[in-house]
Design a protein around this ligand. Structure first.
Ligand SMILES: Nc1ncnc2c1ncn2[C@@H]1O[C@H](COP(=O)(O)OP(=O)(O)O)[C@@H](O)[C@H]1O
Ligand SMILES: [Mg+2]
Length: 486
């Protein structure tokens, strides 16, 4: 069990607020955030000043303040938790919530000079991977980046107009069909993906009337870690979602009119549903456990909540960062954000380590065997022997199976990186002296150039693949000389 962690961050005045000679209405002390209503009757203190307690209250209003919180500190508190999640095998999620212009994108992405959480988390994952690799652990990192706009999903790694559909797998749950997932082997590659996705988001924003404030962007890192831990196979998979939500003013369509209302109503669906899901979960989690069954959580009512179901009340360690403006002119929005964040604090998730099922079985069998051995030894139960042998044989078989799968995966990854795949101008040069086929994704950024080494006498597979047009790309130079092909 783990509560959703909630942080609030206040940014500096922007130019508009400075021009308006805005008043500072936010105060922070320790982990408390207070908001002042300048217009309210001064005699009624409970209306004039409201205070909330969060896990963190981040004062990023002015650099001169001794309490000033930098991008680095936000990373140190929250980003390192996300990285830990990945290495421990938990799912993790960070949401940035707040009105347009309050600092969501600054906190999540930042700028080249002041990097935000996403690039810092990615950097740290690769740094730690290098350390762990020395101990013999292998890793596989892949990323995807999508945008939800008007309840439709776009693939940000593919380009604009790249609509993809959300589907539901009977066991694995909701997923996005055909979403580009790129394997990345170093920080530079992951940064390339981020930059590309952001560029696609921006292009859409200028063409289509500030889409970025109306859309949700989800950057997902899938992290697989495998190796031996004290002689026992170990394999975990974690999914880390880093989410930059649409401006929270879109959650309230009442102020909009005409065309704006229609657009607003659409975009609101995910945000409004997120609000309902958070409220229902907050209520559910504060109920005594016996009453919990009667609650309905409307995950399916929007694409965002459906896709991120696990992050809300499920199998994930989740963090919400609520960003607010410091100015009196944004009082209503800031108060509403603080109330929203206050509710999110009550959500309790149930994170579990996502262990490979076979590895789990091996571990359980080993535990059983040692218990049975102890029983046999202490109570002189010779009848246990057959049972122990049977379990040992099963455990050995599973371990061998897993080890060969692991070696194979290692070899594939090694081949992909050490293949001699050289970038030469706009193309790639492949140094391989064995017969091979190359599948090149039509995505020029893809690091997933796939190489099929061919075994002699199985060339009919090649013909079959060509016929089915499963492989787009070129033949390796040696394949042309294989007689079977013609
Ligand atoms: N903590 C902060 N420190 C400095 N500048 C900030 C901070 N938060 C936001 N800003 C600036 O405020 C502007 C709006 O922030 P942005 O992150 O784009 O808002 P949002 O994504 O919530 O719409 C940007 O120019 C950004 O650089
Ligand atoms: Mg933004």
């Amino acid at each position: 069990m783990a509560s959703v962690k909630v942080a609030v961050r206040v940014r500096p005045f922007n130019q508009r607020e400075l021009d308006l000679e805005a008043k500072l209405i936010i105060q922070m002390q320790g982990n408390r955030t207070g908001i002042l209503n300048c217009k309210a009757n001064a005699r009624d203190e409970s209306i004039r000043y409201k205070e909330f307690t969060f896990d963190y209250s981040y004062w990023s209003h002015n650099k001169e303040s001794p309490n000033f919180v930098s991008q680095e500190q936000v990373y140190n508190d929250l980003g390192t938790e996300v990285v830990d999640c990945a290495f421990q095998g938990y799912n993790g999620c960070v949401f940035a919530y707040g009105q347009t212009g309050s600092g969501k994108t600054f906190t999540m992405m930042g700028s080249p000079e002041e990097q935000g959480l996403i690039p810092r988390v990615c950097k740290s994952i690769f740094d730690r991977m290098v350390e762990n690799s020395m101990k013999g652990t292998t890793h596989r990192v892949s990323v995807s980046y999508l945008e939800i706009y008007q309840e439709k999903v776009a693939d940000l790694l593919k380009g604009h107009n790249s609509a993809v559909r959300v589907r539901e797998h009977p066991k694995k749950g909701p997923y996005v069909e055909g979403l580009t997932t790129l394997i990345v082997t170093n920080y530079e590659q992951i940064l390339e993906c981020i930059t590309r996705g952001n560029a696609n988001r921006t292009t859409a924003a200028t063409n289509m009337n500030d889409v970025s404030s109306r859309s949700h962007a989800i950057f997902t890192i899938t992290f697989v870690q495998a190796g031996y831990c004290n002689g026992i196979p170990s394999e975990t998979v974690s999914k880390i979602h880093l989410v930059d939500l649409a401006g929270s003013e879109r959650a309230d369509a009442t102020g909009s009119t005409g065309k704006r209302l229609k657009e607003g109503a659409h975009i609101n669906k995910s945000l409004v549903t997120l609000g309902s899901v958070i409220s229902s979960l907050a209520e559910l989690c504060s109920e005594p456990s016996g009453y919990r069954r009667s609650f309905f959580i409307p995950y399916r009512d929007s694409v965002l909540t459906w896709l991120l179901k696990d992050s809300l009340g499920g199998n994930s360690k989740t963090i919400m960062i609520a960003t607010i403006s410091p100015a009196d002119c944004n009082y209503a929005e800031s108060l509403s954000t603080l109330r929203y964040a206050n509710r999110a604090k009550n959500i309790i998730n149930k994170p579990t380590i996502n262990e490979d099922p076979n590895v789990k079985l091996i571990r359980e069998l080993r535990e059983e065997i040692s218990k049975l051995r102890a029983l046999m030894f202490n109570e002189h139960r010779s009848d246990m022997l057959a049972k122990i042998h049977e379990k040992e044989a099963r455990e050995k078989e599973l371990t061998e199976e897993w080890t060969s799968k692991w070696r194979e995966a290692q070899a594939i990854l090694r081949e992909q990186t050490a293949l001699g795949l050289r970038k030469a101008g706009p193309g790639v040069v492949l140094d391989s002296d064995r017969p091979h086929l190359v599948a090149i994704d039509d995505d020029p950024l893809s690091t997933g150039v796939t190489l099929y080494h061919l075994k002699v006498n199985i060339n009919y597979i090649i013909i079959c693949l060509i016929k089915e047009r499963c492989i787009r790309g070129t033949f390796g130079k040696r394949i042309a000389s294989l007689p079977y092909l013609y």
